[in-house]
Ligand binder design. Sequence first.
Ligand code: FAD
Ligand code: NA
Length: 385
Amino acid sequence: LANVDLLIVGAGFYGATIAERAAARLGRRVLVIDRRNHIGGNAYTETDAETGIETHRYGAHLFHTSNEAVWRYLRGFTGFSAYRHRGVTLHAGKVYSLPINLGTICQFFGRHFSPDEARALIAEHATEMVGRQPENLEEKAIAMIGRPLYEALVRGYTAKQWQTDPRELPPGIIARLPVRYTFDDAYFTDRFQGQPLDGYTAIFERMLAHPLIETRLGVDFFDLRDEVPRDMPVVFTGPIDRYFDYAEGALGWRTVDFENQVVSTGDFQGVSIMNYADEDVPFTRILEFRHFNPERAYQTEKTLIAREYSRFAGRADEPYYPIGTAADKAMLARYRARAAAEPNVHFGGRLGTYRYLDMHQAVAAALKAFETVFEPMFAGEGSAA
Ligand code: FAD
Ligand code: NA
């Protein structure tokens, strides 16, 4: 730690972006540590030994952004494929397109609807909510897409995802359930989309390759925090509640268990992600990794799939999705007050701020923190390089 200008805890998108900028733009010596034995955080990808297929260890990662600065920045470390995600969901033996669009509506109700006819139909299916404030997730969903589509495509999936009856979930969990009254079935509408040509991990290898960056893996911050000088700037992208020894309590997260399987076929489901909408199927989705990279010439005898099971996270589990109950929000405010009293520690990323961040949002937030916090902090001190 003696020759380090900046200590970064966590080699995910947030930490790696600040590390790269501080080294490349400011000539600072950066030490990046991660308690895992690999870089990349949750975006980490690796090659499955048995099939040679690239897998996403912590769940399917799809890159999309409308932020041109983020896109330009990441293009400095990778090319992106032409991959465009399309969503499909299985209900009662039939497959429907997601997000709900005119194609879904025509399929589901078994005939042609013009956009105006489809709007009128959904409004009619939502009349029970006219003039009423939704009091739970079910009511809110019915107000947006009507009861039949809700019961078929949303209820079972949501119940599995949260392990809770949607009538017991707060309406605020779903901000919107978009219904598109066109046949546009693109999952994301962002300007820039694609999968990194050499996988996500390669992006991090290139970002951290700068000679002023040292990366140490398998190192937990809490094993060396006593050695960190009081005045050393630290970027902490681990869980904010863990940093303060859970003094205000443990913030609530959901996690996902992945059950991987190699199947003896060249193509298991014909798509990268199949949602399972019905409650009698215990998993929420099946991923088939080869379909994230259709541009690659993978062998055709075997394919790798992963079933996803959603549940509440205990302290030993990987925290994936912040739950954000009213109690969580009050707790977070108390942790933020504690964080404000640690001037040398910058809390960032999805764990450090207890926010769900897409990859592009993590990079955007890190680029902004670099400009507003770290550039001014190091300005005038003179470059160490
Ligand atoms: P992370 O990637 O979590 O990195 C934090 C790092 O800090 C980790 O490597 C961790 O090991 C390390 N760390 C924590 N505590 C310590 C400690 N005490 N000492 C040392 N190191 C520590 N985004 C998209 O844009 N598209 C998607 O399709 C998408 N799919 C997702 C699917 C799932 C299941 C999940 C969970 C996330 C998905 N994301 C997706 C979000 C994406 O993973 C995040 O945007 C990204 O991981 C945020 O980067 P980060 O650096 O903030 O956090
Ligand atoms: Na390096």
